[in-house]
Design a protein around this ligand. Structure first.
Ligand SMILES: Nc1nc2c(c(=O)[nH]1)N[C@H]1C(S)=C(S)[C@@H](COP(=O)(O)O)O[C@H]1N2
Ligand SMILES: [Mo]
Length: 254
């Protein structure tokens, strides 16, 4: 690890400075990334290509924030490890960044809170037919990925989560994944703060992904790790997410 923590926090001199300054724009408009995306997926993705995968999801004013933002899916992970972290207010919790990276990282919640962050008021749309507007704050996923340094064969970022969802034979670890265009989208953040307060357990404490151009199930809660991979085959049943493994579309752009 010795993370490019120096890179992340800006003490790293020229190389790290360049890392932080090279915007997601140059990366997201990279022709190779676009070619990867264009080789995949269905109608919603073709639509997003028409209007641009880089386009921003609508942002709202704080006056629009929903008084009641439903908690859905897992309400609180029951595992012993999560419960131990919760008992000490996530002081010992780490986010592991592994896989096809040059510098694997292990970041504490304090590390993540010290990073430059983005705040956005957006609408969350669940396929079950409800929506809610909330304000989310956290570092851009792209910032963390640039600090880790992606290897050239990196294609997806898998979010590992602390919860097991479902019961009986369908119970398995929740997980999600995005391609590099969504990973480096400016509104894709790891939120540690919701509506100005530390993220609560129901909504994914201590951090959850916000992938604002995508449907609700892509917004992984209780994120414990980012695994950068060339193929989705190695996680869950290989379709890229807990719900995708059960028939939902992997590309849930709206
Ligand atoms: N780890 C984890 N992430 C998850 C889920 C879950 O059950 N576990 N449910 C998903 C679904 S279907 C939705 S709609 C949102 C709900 O987020 P909320 O509880 O903050 O409303 O989280 C998504 N992320
Ligand atoms: Mo959902």
């Amino acid at each position: 690890m010795t993370l490019s923590r120096r890179g992340l926090f800006g003490f790293g001199g020229a190389a790290a400075g360049g890392l932080l300054l090279s915007g997601c724009d140059s990366l997201a408009s990279n022709a190779k990334l676009k070619a990867i995306v264009q080789s995949a997926e269905g109608a919603s993705e073709r639509w997003q290509r028409l209007i641009g995968r880089d386009a921003l999801a609508p942002e709202f004013s704080t006056a629009d924030i929903s008084a009641d933002f439903k908690v859905n899916g897992t309400r609180e992970p029951s595992g012993a490890a999560y419960q131990a972290h919760k008992a000490v207010n996530f002081a010992d919790w780490r986010l592991a960044v592994t896989g096809l990276v040059n510098n694997p990282l292990s970041l504490s919640l304090a590390d993540l809170r010290r990073l430059p962050s983005r705040t956005q008021v957006t609408r969350h749309d669940c396929v079950e037919g409800w929506s809610a507007i909330g304000q989310w704050t956290g570092p851009q996923l792209g910032l963390i990925l640039r600090a880790a340094g992606l290897k050239t064969n990196a294609r997806y970022v898998v979010f590992r989560c602390a919860d097991t969802y479902g019961s009986g034979p369908s119970a398995s670890d929740y997980y999600e994944s995005v391609d590099l265009i969504d990973a480096f989208h400016p509104q894709t953040i790891l939120a540690h703060t919701m509506n100005g307060a530390p993220l609560d357990v129901g909504h994914g404490a201590p951090i959850r992904a916000r992938v604002e151009r995508q449907l609700g199930y892509k917004h992984a809660k209780y994120v414990t790790g980012l695994d950068v991979v060339a193929s989705l085959a190695g996680h869950g049943r290989g379709k890229g997410g807990y719900w995708e493994d059960r028939g939902y579309e992997w590309y849930a752009g709206i």
